[in-house]
Design a protein. Sequence first.
Length: 274
Amino acid sequence: MAGLNDFTGTLVLVGAGKMGGAMLDGWLALGLDLAKVAILEPAPSPEIVALQARGVRINPPAGAITDASVILIAVKPQVAADVVPALKALVRPGTVAVSVMAGKTIRFLEGALGGGTAIVRSIPNTPAAIGRGITVAVPNAKVTAPQRALADALLSGIGAVEWVDDEGLIDAATAVSGSGPAYVFLLAESLARAGAAAGLPADLAARLARATVSGSGELLHRSPLDAATLRQNVTSPGGTTAAALGVLMAADGLDPLLAKAVAAATKRSRELAG
């Protein structure tokens, strides 16, 4: 597997906001050679500016980057049409472009950067901010094995990476993992409201729900057991958990509701991608 520093030339980070900044933090923690990094960001934070002292180039003049090995595109999709075509000037033979923009297809990226460009489209999620994200990535036909390995190393800086060969799966992945953190946060909100409705003080219900959701997620992360087994381990026959699960696992319970939610998000992802 490629390491973060297993490339010659420059890593160009385009956009150093929340996601781009999280990726940069992950790379720094893993020992990326900052002399290899150039950042294109119209409003760099003080933390980003401070990296200049460690060798990072910030907004170098046009034409100054002639050896881009990787172009990591982390701008908001709303500005992609304005920003991405200008990056075509950075593309050289051997350059791989890695996008973390939601809704922007490989077809869009090839149109903006050139049809011969090696491109990886990826969908990370917000736990990337604490290094616990999950990213789904798909390469186009131009991506070589070393380029894919390098993209994997870079994306791994914010969490786990799963690769697919069919770009059509990206919309469903967006609906599950990209949007999924919001579903989990909603679970914490709903559990807190239900606790308050059962008689708990609202602030106590909120603390209990938050700790329960976050602790259960950490247990799921650390345990070798699958989710179904962990659920069964909590459930005593005829007990309180079984009574609650009888509602949640009913024919009109959580499964069909989440299926509808993921289907709606998948449909919207396809609409946004055009």
